[in-house]
Design a protein around this ligand. Structure first.
Ligand code: SF4
Length: 321
């Protein structure tokens, strides 16, 4: 395994729920005690259904949101204790590509200004060098010099996502959180953006945390996968191993919905009963116990500990004891 660049331990992100008079009456447990590491040059795929906390976790890991509890270490530095000026400097290395390229780009700014502004905020270069850097990165993501002067609404969805990626790349980052970067795009355009991400990774040695609800996309792009359910990481492992032998009942459900590569193989889709519980009032024991077909008494009482199946493959489930 290569160098560990980011380590999150027991990270929690709780959002207050306020009552009529502004007092805190409850908490949304969006991320609840998640630990994971990211290694240089890898793509870590984070999967789970809508509302499981994966996008919140992505933001917390690069401190776009400040974790309620836990520690996050980036290259040996405690991210949660970094002051404003240190964080501004670290921001160069920690970038994000958002799901909806249209709403994440300022509609009143030309593409070139969106890119040069990132450098200006960081106090990098003068007007000419910033423009040269913007033109260079536009070329890298497959856009033309004339695109520099166009507004976001003049681009297609795929082109807008290329600008979103260019905006992340212009600072020459180490780690990019890609939050569902292709889910708003047509299928034909999705593969172009995914291949562009892979090309940039190879050229620059980038590390990605790639968030998606699409297991097929994750299988294609990721080296390792983490599965989230109701704010918890329930299984983590190398992509080939996790797809071949999912250990957690929830991972088995997700994978049963992925079409097989073999047209002769008959796959039975596992349909989950019930709804995702509210993160305001999650179950006491295992987060999945209200929907798990194997749940027993202990599942409803105790949260499962981490169980190591083998090198890098871990699961949180009482069945593994
Ligand atoms: Fe199911 Fe129990 Fe395992 Fe949770 S701990 S996934 S409820 S068997």
């Amino acid at each position: 395994m290569s160098e560990e660049i980011l380590k999150a331990e027991h990270v929690k992100m709780y959002f207050p729920v306020r009552g009529t008079f502004g007092n805190i009456v409850n908490q949304v447990k969006a991320v609840d005690d998640v630990s994971l590491s990211l290694y240089k040059g890898e793509t870590y795929g984070l999967v789970g259904e809508t509302g499981c906390g994966k996008s919140t976790l992505g933001r917390v890991l690069i401190r776009l949101l400040s974790a309620t509890e836990g520690t996050i270490t980036y290259k040996g530095k405690d991210l949660l204790k970094a002051g404003d000026s240190e964080m501004r400097h670290l921001r160069r290395e920690l970038q994000m590509v958002f799901q909806d390229p249209y709403t994440s780009l300022n509609p009143r700014m030309r593409a070139g200004d969106i890119l040069t502004e990132v450098l200006k905020i960081q106090g990098i270069g003068d007007r000419d060098s910033r423009m040269a850097a913007a033109l260079d990165v536009l070329g890298k993501v497959g856009l033309l010099p004339e695109h520099f002067y166009r507004f976001p609404h003049e681009f297609s969805g795929g082109q807008r996502q290329r600008i979103g990626l260019a905006r992340a790349l212009i600072l020459n980052p180490e780690l990019i959180i890609c939050d569902e970067p292709v889910s708003a795009l047509d299928v034909s355009v999705q593969s172009q953006i995914i291949n562009l991400l892979l090309d940039m990774q190879e050229e620059r040695g980038l590390t990605y945390l790639f968030i998606s609800h699409d297991m097929s996309v994750i299988r294609y792009i990721a080296d390792r996968v983490g599965v989230m359910y109701l704010g918890h990481l329930v299984e983590e492992g190398p992509v080939d191993e996790l797809f071949a032998a999912p250990a957690h009942p929830y991972t088995q459900v997700l994978l049963s919905a992925v079409p097989s590569d073999n047209p002769h193989e008959k796959k039975e889709r596992i349909i989950l009963e019930g709804d995702l519980p509210s993160p305001i009032d999650p179950p006491e024991g295992c987060a999945f116990c209200t929907r798990c077909p194997y749940a027993t008494e202990i599942c409803r009482k105790e949260r499962p500990e981490r169980f190591q199946i083998n090198e890098g493959h871990r699961v949180y489930c009482h069945l593994m004891k």
